[in-house]
Design a protein around this ligand. Structure first.
Ligand code: WT7
Length: 663
């Protein structure tokens, strides 16, 4: 609630909102695009008329070994079962069936390493590798239902590893390659993963990163790990445990390429993906098989208007995030797409790298994040202008609200004023896109994700769970179950109910603020809880606070997300040093750097605070809750809001004076 007040208060957020709602530009699809679009207006009415029949039809996009008996079992909410009794194999659907249909020579992945090395992988190549990896995992004793952790750079083996797990019914848990040993170890332990698949390292910003060393550190505290499979990517020296470590080229590339995919139940666990919550322990979001693949496949076809025979698709996400799962691996491959996969960062070896790739591979569909778009804007229009981007026909955005300025820049400077833009709202929990324009139908507004997709029922409600009228704002909810919804939080059904289904009765609480404009189109406003969204990554305030107080010189810490022009939100920490710690002058500055590095080491570089302020006190309510709203005011250089509920109203003066001396 406190956070929603924040939205309605006179604050930069509501100014943004005012600006957003004054945004009147609209961009209908070009006539030619609309005429050839995969999905037309009629899809909305069709889905409204019979939602389950609509999803049943989409499930027929896939190849099932056994047809379902019931589309949805919702007799025990919030635990959904989709396509009850159906059986299928995800890897068969993403690989084998394309080969069987005579498309084996079609390129599945044009892979580009950061240093410029390339690999071209056809669907037949992919089939061979996935079968080999499936056999190798089976030989190591991995069976259906076991968990396998994947901690890899952006190399094709990452996708192969995921598909191999899916093929044998092992549940994968991909951990982003930028995460620390502690973060990796915590996730491995939570899922008791038996095997970790990793690489010696990967290339980022021109240098080899070390992944194997981090796995070694994590494995020391993760007793469930039996084997570690290591892809040689950079060739750097690595420590080796003969009883545990295996090279990918020894066990996978020598394995038999014959493997028959077994069908699994539609509700068989496909993957766990961890997402930060409001408490320190990340939530293991569980996705299952049939419903997930149905919606990943349908949305990839509908939202990106994919023409498998002519499009070259590129999603710039990392495989460690849900975007990489649904829109690099499962969606595109189930649809038989040709895609580009890139290992590195957009500024290596130069700031035109993305545009160079688009020119080189004649990419037609680009899916990236607002934080990247804002960075490109900052680097200057002349950089993309130096490349031929005329192959592009559709642009997508995901991860956080895209401000109208960035949307317009994307349209003009990347999309040549002709490409429709799809601003896609969804979450790790939703598994696939939920709210987005349909590119051949919707007249998009810069900054709005527009409408729920056909078959999805999203709404905005107030505190009393009442749907707000057009023009109103409140909380984003989902009113009906959807095929790719999370099934639970791994090992914690109670937390699943508590987090998503207890705020409002019979509705999924997404945790985002949203507004309906006069036409009923949706504008997303960011998180309403204490999760920060930094460059499109969810980071919980509590996680960063715990990292800070784990440092011996810190007594207490409070963390807020402050609006940042580039990263969306930036982490700002207020820290009370322990008694006796010198904070005067240079010593204070040195302590601040030490703490920033400490957080980066503990949680990973993504969580490194932009700013740390050393303060004598923190503002707390009488019940002892830290008033983050006030700290956010300070962090965003704004005059303070209501301080009357503070336990000690002089605290804010203390903080302000402390800040001055600390600078
Ligand atoms: C949160 C989910 C979905 C893959 C990447 C993030 C924010 C995501 C949008 C968008 C406004 C967006 C929301 C959401 N978000 N897409 N198009 N417009 N906000 O997945 O890490 O699970 O984060 O990202 O706040 O709740 P995630």
């Amino acid at each position: 609630m406190r956070e929603l007040d924040h939205i309605e208060e006179p604050s930069p957020m509501s100014e943004t909102l005012e600006n957003l709602l004054n945004e009147t530009r609209q961009f209908p699809p070009p006539a030619e695009f609309a005429a050839a679009a995969n999905v037309t207006e009629g899809a909305y009415a069709e889905a409204t008329q019979d939602r389950l029949a609509f999803w049943e039809k989409q499930a027929h996009r896939l190849s099932w070994a056994k047809e379902w008996e019931q589309v949805l079992d919702w007799t025990n909410p919030p635990f959904a079962k989709w396509f009850v009794g159906g059986q299928l194999n995800v890897a068969y659907n993403c690989v084998d069936r394309h080969v069987e249909a005579g498309r084996g020579d079609k390129v599945a992945i044009h892979w580009e390493g950061e240093p410029g090395d390339t690999r071209t992988i056809t669907y037949s190549d992919l089939h061979r590798s996935v079968c080999q990896a499936a056999n190798a995992l089976t030989d190591l004793g991995v069976t259906a239902g076991d968990r396998v952790a994947i901690y890899m750079p952006m190399i094709p083996e990452a996708a192969v590893a995921m598909l191999a797990c899916a093929r044998i019914g092992a549940t994968h848990s991909v951990v982003f390659g930028g995460f620390s040993a502690d973060a990796l170890g915590g996730r491995v332990n939570d899922a008791s993963a038996k095997v970790v698949i990793t690489a010696d390292g990967g290339f980022r910003r021109g240098k080899p990163s070390g992944l194997k060393a981090i796995v070694d550190e994590a494995a020391a505290k993760s007793p469930s790990i039996e084997k570690v499979i290591v892809v040689r990517r950079t060739g750097q020296d690595v420590d080796w445990d003969d009883s545990r470590d295996l090279w990918w080229h020894d066990v996978v590339e020598t394995a038999s390429a014959e493997h028959t995919a077994e069908a699994f139940d539609a509700e068989h666990p496909l993957f766990i993906l961890y997402t930060s919550g409001t408490t320190a322990k990340p939530k293991g979001i569980l996705h299952t098989t049939g419903g997930y693949l149905t919606q990943a496949s349908y949305t990839h076809n509908a939202v990106f208007d994919l023409k498998p025979d002519s499009d070259v698709y590129w999603c710039t996400a990392d495989i460690g995030w849900v975007t990489g799962h649904s829109y690099i691996v499962y969606g595109p491959l189930s649809n038989g797409a040709t895609q580009v996969m890139y290992e590195g960062t957009p500024d290596t070896p130069h700031r035109g790298r993305f545009w160079e790739l688009i020119q080189k591979y004649k990419i037609t569909i680009l899916y990236t994040a607002p934080t990247a778009i804002r960075t490109f804007m900052k680097w200057g229009d002349d950089i993309p202008a130096g490349f031929d981007l005329s192959s592009l026909r559709l642009l997508g955005s995901v991860g956080e609200p895209i401000n109208p300025e960035a949307w317009m820049w994307y349209r003009e400077h990347i999309g040549g004023d002709r490409c429709p833009i799809v601003d896609t709202w969804w979450q790790t929990e939703t598994g696939a896109i939920m709210i987005s324009p349909l590119p051949g139908v919707t007249a998009a507004k810069p900054g709005s994700a527009m409408r729920p997709l056909p078959g999805i029922s999203a709404d905005v409600v107030d505190d009393q769970a009442q749907s707000v009228p057009d023009g109103g704002g409140g909380y984003l909810v989902l009113r009906e179950p959807w095929p790719s919804m999370l099934r639970t939080i791994w090992g914690d059904d109670e937390r699943f109910k508590e987090t998503y289904w207890s705020r409002f009765q019979d509705m999924y609480f997404a945790g985002d603020g949203a507004k309906k404009d006069a036409d009923g189109d949706l504008w997303l406003l960011g998180r309403v809880d204490d999760v920060m969204l930094v460059s499109g990554h969810n980071i919980s305030t509590t996680e960063v606070e715990s990292a800070l107080v784990s440092h011996p010189k810190v007594a207490e810490a409070a963390v807020v997300g402050a609006t940042d022009p580039t990263t969306g939100q930036a982490i700002v920490a207020f820290t009370i040093p322990r008694g006796g710690v010198d904070t005067e002058g240079d010593a204070g500055e040195a302590l601040i750097q030490e703490l920033r590095n400490h957080v980066a080491k503990t949680l990973g570089p993504i969580a490194k605070p932009r700013q740390i302020m050393l303060v004598p006190e923190l503002p707390k309510t009488r019940s002892g809750k830290i008033m983050r709203r006030l700290l956010r005011d300070v962090a965003e250089n704004r005059s303070l809001g209501d301080v009357t509920t503070l336990q000690d109203s002089t605290v804010m003066d203390l903080i302000s004076s402390g800040l001055q001396s600390g600078k």
